[in-house]
Design a binder for this molecule. Structure first.
Ligand code: GDP
Length: 206
């Protein structure tokens, strides 16, 4: 599935603009600049699918992607769709915008039966921040299974990665909807991508 071309379906500013529920969905969330667009592009081997370096805090839309070549009719559903959630945690974002973000995201998390897993991206250099904790609380409340993915691991010492994984796991192990395995990736060095792809396939088949 990851070797097929993927296509952008639409940007979704509110629930009513979502495509009808069809394929199982995997969503990606994280603070602005965490490397979310780069990771999505690396996963499907397609630069420019998810736009990189958007003005932080600006795109308040869920971006919906599917692999090309499926009609979407019964019996011809793609095995998964990807949803790029708007980045959060931009320091200069006005409160209205944060409220809109929270509403859109929480409506989606709570209301979408076909959503199978959220990958919550955490910058390996920064670790879990307060707003990541807030998003985890939303995910727990919506009872959506989520898994932490560390990004940009090429920016820290390789020897420090296992400890970071362990510390991150400790910080999330009491959270009811957190998946008890933390993945480590670098889009730049193409590391950890196969593990993430395998986890995604398991998530949509589970
Ligand atoms: P987004 O805002 O979360 O979509 O983040 P982007 O994908 O646009 O990435 C933000 C910045 O981090 C860009 O300058 C990327 O080149 C850089 N970046 C993303 N992934 C990696 C990575 O794996 N390693 C390194 N060193 N830089 C990365």
């Amino acid at each position: 599935i990851f070797t097929r071309p993927w296509v952008f379906i639409r940007g979704v500013p509110a629930m009513k603009f979502l495509p009808p529920e069809g394929p199982p969905e995997i969503a990606f969330a994280g603070r602005s600049n965490v490397g979310k667009s780069s990771l999505i592009n690396a996963l499907v081997g397609q630069n420019g699918l998810a736009r990189t370096s958007n003005t932080p805090g600006r795109t308040q839309e869920l971006n919906y992607f599917v692999p090309d070549g499926y009609s979407g009719m019964e019996g011809d559903m793609p095995p998964m769709a990807l949803v790029d959630m708007p980045g959060y945690g931009y320091a200069k974002a006005p409160k209205d915008q944060v409220d809109l973000w929270t509403k859109l995201v929480f409506d989606y998390l709570k209301g979408r039966v076909t959503l199978k897993r959220v990958y919550l991206l955490i910058d390996a250099r920064h670790g879990i921040k307060k707003n990541d904790e807030e998003v985890m609380a939303l995910l727990d409340k919506a009872a959506v299974s989520y898994q932490i993915v560390l990004t940009k691991t090429d920016k820290i010492k390789a020897a420090g990665v296992p400890k970071l994984i362990e510390d991150t796991l400790l910080k999330t192990k009491r959270r009811p909807a957190a998946f008890p395995v933390v993945l480590a990736t670098s889009s730049e060095k193409n590391e950890g991508l196969d593990e993430l792809r395998a986890a995604m396939v398991l998530a949509v088949n589970g």
